[in-house]
Design a protein. Structure first.
Length: 614
């Protein structure tokens, strides 16, 4: 028996079925709190099914006309599963312009967190871009910023949209946004860059951050300056000069100076005890003005002899060295305090940094570089203030370009120095002399296969040459002061003029000045360090290389605008403004593995880039 066919539903029947389905669906959603049941949503449901009812009536009317004309009627229109699903989505989801959804701060925050968990930061940024002032303020107050910072640089687009929206709306008063926390987190990222494309992702965020909080740029600049000063302070703990002009440890110099003072004071006390036998029981009336005017020639002569003897004991030029040493010691104490303060700041910025096991200078230079990158990416502050950073050259605070080896000597004709000749000689020293010495080291069987050791030997020799030549020049200036009985710490115009004359003489006699002592010192220091390689001592090309390094270093040190080496040998990332990659180095990596040749500096400008292996 064939089943009876189901009668075709009429439009009214279909409409009632749809109404019942939608009412039950809406009630189910309301009970499950998936979406609140509001007057707007009920109105939307009624509007949808009124349109559907009209469409059904029109279709059945057309079928009736076709039946009267003898045509085959088309099947009546009914709701399919796809149309029902589309209707449910239209009821459940927000309106297409998003305005209805953006009225509740809690819903906005929930939406942002869901999108952030799914790494959909651009969609989340679009939501932030439509927020009004009151909703934006409420969302920022409850926003878990630390979670977004953990996902930098991926969440940079979302954070940038927050600061851009705050700047656009210009809410007053400003909401409390931890913008400084965001900036220091970015400094930490750029101090240890591991993500590819980090700058491209964070540029707009830093620009929006600087626009929203202009004072942040000065804060980062001051912190960077403190890092640089702390690193510079680490370099003052080297050797100092004693009364004879020799370079010794500060503690040894203090001990010798104090012993000299103790011996002198003992002699002075003994002399005073001899004099006290005459003056201790003297009648006070003998010191009256009338009695002093009445003393004779012999008494005046004896008094002069006694006082001159005491003055000779106490007023020795060598005894004045103690104040300089004490000031040096005080400077070192303050510098170490500054270093520890900066390291403590780094520890607070980066809790994962193991500051106890890392060199303090490298740690601070990394964060200083991070501050420099952040300042550069923030863009110019109304123009000129950021221009020096945008060119990739760091200038000291105050805008003055000063050499770290400045000695106070500047001549009117300093511009006549043939700088290009000096730089060419320095380049030839690397290209020719270093290559010859390296070839000679290759011929030594003991170190033939120690490629990195050979490069370090030649690198150490050029660095030692500049360091010892600079020390020699300063000793010569102090020797002239001591011979002419000038105070070592004097800053009078006469003494400074004497120093300028000595340096001018060293400049004019740079080509003929005897440098055998420095050459032997450089060679002996290298040999004492590598005592297990006695073959180095019998390598004439290496001796010629040392002589060339010392002679050129002496000429460069004694220029009117002295040249000096950049002593930043931190194995960080390649900096194009002062590093040049070796042709045989790995060009896919920017991580410096070794320095092959130091950078040459003049007036805080790079005259010849350092050659590095990556």
């Amino acid at each position: 028996m064939e089943p009876m066919p189901m009668p075709s539903p009429t439009p009214n029947m279909l409409f009632r079925i749809c109404i019942r389905i939608c009412i039950s669906l809406t009630s189910h959603l309301h009970l499950n709190k998936a979406i609140p049941l509001t007057h707007n949503r009920v109105t939307q449901v009624i509007r949808i099914f009124n349109a559907s009812r009209k469409q059904l009536l029109l279709k059945n009317h057309q079928d009736a006309i076709l039946q009267l004309q003898g045509s085959t009627p088309s099947p009546p229109l009914s709701f399919s599963a796809a149309s029902m699903a589309d209707s449910r989505e239209r009821i459940r989801g927000p309106s297409r312009d998003g305005r209805e959804f953006l009225t509740s701060p809690r819903q906005v925050l929930r939406r942002l967190m869901l999108l952030s968990e799914g790494r959909q930061y651009r969609e989340a940024a679009g939501v932030v871009g439509r927020l009004g002032p009151s909703v934006l303020r409420s969302v920022i107050a409850e926003l878990p910023l630390d979670l977004l910072l953990e996902h930098l640089p991926h969440s940079a687009h979302l954070l940038e949209s927050f600061f851009s929206r705050l700047t656009t709306l210009n809410t007053n008063p400003k909401p409390e946004v931890p913008s400084e926390t965001v900036a220091w987190h970015l400094v930490r990222l750029f101090a240890n860059p591991h993500e590819s494309g980090l700058r491209q992702r964070c540029t707009r965020l830093l620009q929006a951050l600087a626009q929203y909080e202009p004072a942040l740029r000065q804060t980062v600049r001051e912190r960077r300056r403190s890092f640089d000063n702390a690193v510079q302070g680490l370099g003052v703990h080297g050797l100092t000069t004693d009364a004879s002009g020799q370079l010794i440890s500060l503690h040894v110099a203090l001990k010798a100076e104090l012993q000299r003072h103790v011996e002198t004071y003992k002699m002075a006390i003994h002399k005073l005890e001899e004099l006290s036998m005459v003056t201790v029981n003297q009648d006070p009336a003998h010191s009256s003005h009338q009695r002093l005017l009445a003393i004779n020639y012999g008494d005046i002569q004896q008094r002069l002899i006694d006082n001159k003897t005491l003055l000779t004991m106490l007023d020795k030029p060598a005894l004045k060295q103690l104040q300089t040493l004490v000031e040096n010691l005080s400077t070192r104490v303050e510098n170490d305090k500054e270093v520890l303060t900066c390291v403590g700041q780094v520890r607070r910025l980066d809790s994962q940094a193991v500051v106890e096991k890392r060199p303090a200078a490298g740690l601070l230079m990394n964060f200083s570089r991070g501050c420099e990158v952040v300042l550069h990416m923030m863009g110019p502050e109304g123009g000129p203030p950021g221009s020096s950073l945008s060119m990739g050259k760091a200038t000291p605070p105050g805008g003055a370009s000063t050499s770290s080896c400045s000695d106070g000597y500047h001549s009117d004709d300093s511009g006549s120095d043939d700088g290009s000749e000096m730089v060419s000689l320095y380049r030839n020293l690397y290209v020719e002399n270093r290559a010859d010495a390296l070839e000679a080291l290759d011929s030594l069987p003991q170190i033939k296969h120690a490629h990195s050791l050979k490069g370090k030997i030649l690198f150490s020799m050029i660095v030692l040459s500049f360091r010892l030549c600079h020390g020699m020049r300063e000793r010569k200036v102090l020797e002239v002061r001591r011979i002419l009985n000038c105070p070592l710490d004097s800053s009078s115009e006469t003494t400074l003029s004497l120093d300028r004359s000595v340096r001018q003489h060293l400049f004019e006699t740079a080509d003929s000045f005897p440098l055998g002592e420095i050459e032997r010192s450089v060679f002996n220091q290298v040999l004492s360090t590598l005592h297990e390689y006695p073959c180095l001592e019998s390598c004439p090309p290496l001796t010629h290389y040392v002589s060339a390094c010392v002679r050129l270093a002496w000429r460069m040190i004694n220029q009117k605008s002295p040249y000096y080496l950049d002593m930043d040998f931190n194995l960080g990332f390649l900096r194009p403004e002062k590093h040049e990659r070796h042709p045989q180095a790995d060009r896919r990596s920017d991580l410096i593995k070794a320095f092959l040749w130091p950078a040459l500096m003049q007036n805080n400008q790079c005259a010849f880039k350092a050659v590095v292996a990556t």
